[in-house]
Design a protein around this ligand. Structure first.
Ligand SMILES: *Cc1c(COP(=O)(O)O)cnc(C)c1O
Length: 476
C-alpha cells in the first residue's frame, strides 16, 4: 500500500514514511492510493478477536511496510488492559431503545484522542528507531490534544514533546493531568497569552525550515494519517459488538448508523473509510456545535470556513473549529479521487473563501451516507440532564452534541451508535449546570490534583522558545 497526495503532486510513499510527515509535500493531504475492500466473510471472521488483535488486522492493511509481528506487538502495547479503564477497551452502553454509546474515552486522558494517539506513540517510536531518526514534537493545546499526545509519547526513545499551553486558561484537571508528568522527554510550557498565541509560536518555529531541520521538529495533529488509520478500528469493533446478538444468517447485511461529534473531521473521516472498506454502515451523522460550518456543508453542498475571529468559544470546546482540515480527504473522494478537480476546488477556496459543490449535493447522502445536525449550549444542557434522568448515565458535552443530533436521525430497526468522545469528569461545570451534581474524580485518578506540577512559564517570546527547545531537543 502506497500513499499519495489529494493534490496529485507527491511521489507515492509507504506508511512509515508518511507517519512522520504532516502535510503532503505539495500542500495537500495524504490518502491511501486505493482503499482496501473487505468482504462480508472477512469482516465476520474478525468477530472473535480482542481489540488489539482487531487493530492488528485492520492496520496491517494500511501499514504494509511494517512486519505483521511488529505491528501486533505495537497494538498489544497501545491497547494494553492496564491503560484503559474498561477490560474490553471500547465498551458499548445502551442508552435507550434507539441509541447506544460507543465508549472511546476509557484511556489515560479520558477522551477519544487516546485511541489513536496510543497507537501513534508506539508506531512513531518504532519507525524512528528503524530509520535512526529522532523527532521533537512541538504543539499547542487548549487541553485535550496536548494531554493525549503527552500520555502517548512519554518515555518514548528518540522523541521529545514541547507542548505550549495558555497560562491560566486550562481547567485544574487538564493542568494537573499534563503538568504532573515527570518523564524527562515531556516539556510543558505555559505561555503568557491565549491559545492563538501558542499556535502562532508553533507556526513560526515550524515555518523556519532551518530551525525545523536542525532540531527535527514535527507535529502530531489531527491530519496525521496514523491517527486516521487507528480510528477505523473502533468502527469495526462497534459494528461487531452491535451485531453479536443478530442471527448469523442476517449479520452480513445488518446496517448500523453512527453519529460522530465532530470538529476537524478526523474521527468521522475514519468512519467514512471504514464504510468504503465495506463495513455495513447506513448513515454517518455529523454532529456540530455552534461552529457548524460542516453541518452547513452537508446540508447545502457549500463549504465556507470561518475566520478565527468568527469562531465561537462554546461549552464543547474540542469542537470549536473555524475550518475542518480533514474535509479535504473526503472532498477528494467526492470528486472521484481526481487530484486536478480537488486542486481546482482548493484554488477556488483560496480565491473566494468558498467551495461550491451543490452539483454533488445529492451524492452526500445517497452515495456516502452523510447526514448532519447542529447542537447548542441549551441543547447540551438539556441532553445531559435528560440522559441522566432517564438512564442514570452522565455524558460529557461533546457526547451530548452527538446524542442530540442522533435523536433527530434515528430510523426504525437501525441501531444508532453515538461515539462518546470524552468523559464528563473533564467538564464539571456544564454537568453541574445540567444535573446539579459535580462529577468527582474517577477512582483511578484520585490524588491527581495534589501531585507536584512541572511546567516552565514563558512570555510570548519566540526567541526564548527557540533557546529552550535547542537546549532540550533529542538528537540522533
Ligand atoms: C477532538 C475532539 C472532537 C472532534 O474530533 P475531530 O476528529 O476533530 O472531528 C470531539 N470531541 C472531543 C472530546 C475531542 O477531543
Amino acid at each position: 500500500m502506497k500513499y499519495i497526495s489529494t493534490r496529485g503532486g507527491m511521489a507515492p510513499a509507504p506508511y512509515s514514511a508518511i507517519l512522520l510527515e504532516g502535510l503532503a509535500t505539495d500542500g495537500g493531504l495524504v490518502v491511501p492510493e486505493t482503499v482496501p475492500q473487505l468482504s462480508a466473510e472477512r469482516i465476520e471472521a474478525l468477530r472473535g478477536l480482542s481489540y488489539p488483535e482487531l487493530a492488528t488486522e485492520i492496520l496491517s492493511l494500511y501499514a504494509t511496510d511494517i512486519p505483521r509481528d511488529d505491528l501486533a506487538e505495537m497494538c498489544r502495547a497501545a491497547y494494553a488492559a492496564d491503560k484503559f479503564v474498561a477490560a474490553e477497551i471500547v465498551p458499548l452502553t445502551r442508552l435507550d431503545d434507539a441509541i447506544t454509546l460507543v465508549g472511546l474515552s476509557e484511556g489515560p486522558t479520558l477522551a477519544f484522542k487516546d485511541m489513536a494517539m496510543q497507537f501513534l506513540g508506539q508506531a512513531l517510536e518504532y519507525v524512528l528507531a528503524r530509520a535512526d531518526r529522532t523527532l521533537n514534537i512541538i504543539g499547542a493545546t487548549s487541553g485535550d490534544t496536548g494531554s493525549a499526545a503527552e500520555y502517548a509519547l512519554r518515555g518514548k526513545d528518540g522523541i521529545a514533546v514541547f507542548m505550549l499551553s495558555p497560562q491560566g486558561r486550562m481547567s485544574d484537571f487538564q493542568r494537573a493531568q499534563m503538568y504532573s508528568l515527570t518523564d524527562e522527554n515531556i516539556h510543558n510550557i505555559a505561555v503568557e497569552g491565549v491559545f492563538d498565541d501558542c499556535q502562532n509560536l508553533v507556526k513560526e518555529l515550524s515555518g523556519d525550515l532551518d530551525f525545523k531541520r536542525a532540531h527535527t521538529l514535527g507535529t502530531v495533529n489531527s491530519i496525521n494519517l496514523g491517527r486516521i488509520s487507528a480510528q477505523m478500528v473502533y468502527y469495526f469493533w462497534a459494528w461487531l459488538r452491535a451485531t453479536d446478538g443478530v442471527a448469523a444468517a442476517d449479520r452480513a447485511a445488518f446496517e448500523v448508523s453512527f453519529t460522530v461529534p465532530s470538529g476537524n473531521f478526523g474521527n468521522i473521516l475514519s468512519g467514512h473509510l471504514a464504510r468504503t472498506m465495506g463495513l455495513p454502515i447506513r448513515r454517518l451523522v455529523l454532529a456540530a456545535n455552534e461552529n457548524n460550518v460542516l453541518d452547513d456543508f452537508f446540508r447545502t453542498g457549500v463549504y465556507t470556513p470561518r475566520a478565527a475571529a468568527d469562531t465561537y468559544a462554546t461549552s464543547s470546546p474540542s469542537m470549536d473549529i473555524s475550518k475542518a482540515s480533514n474535509i479535504e480527504r473526503f472532498i477528494f473522494d467526492l470528486l472521484d479521487r481526481d487530484p486536478a478537480r480537488l486542486a481546482a476546488a482548493w484554488a477556488e477556496l483560496a480565491e473566494t473563501g468558498t467551495i461550491d459543490l451543490t452539483a454533488e449535493l445529492h451524492r452526500l447522502e445517497t452515495e456516502f451516507g452523510f447526514q448532519s445536525g447542529t447542537s447548542t449550549h441549551a441543547d447540551r444542557v438539556a441532553t445531559i440532564r435528560d440522559v441522566h434522568a432517564t438512564s442514570g448515565i452522565v455524558i460529557d458535552p461533546h457526547t451530548a452534541d452527538g446524542v442530540k443530533v442522533a435523536r433527530e436521525h434515528t430510523e426504525p430497526g437501525i441501531p444508532m451508535l453515538v461515539l462518546e468522545t470524552a468523559k464528563p469528569e473533564k467538564f464539571p461545570d456544564i454537568v453541574f449546570e445540567a444535573t446539579g451534581e459535580r462529577p468527582g474524580m474517577p477512582e483511578h485518578l484520585a490524588g491527581l490534583l495534589d501531585l507536584p506540577q512541572h511546567v516552565t512559564e514563558m512570555g510570548n517570546d519566540a526567541a526564548r522558545l527557540r533557546e529552550f527547545i535547542a537546549e532540550r531537543a533529542v538528537r540522533a
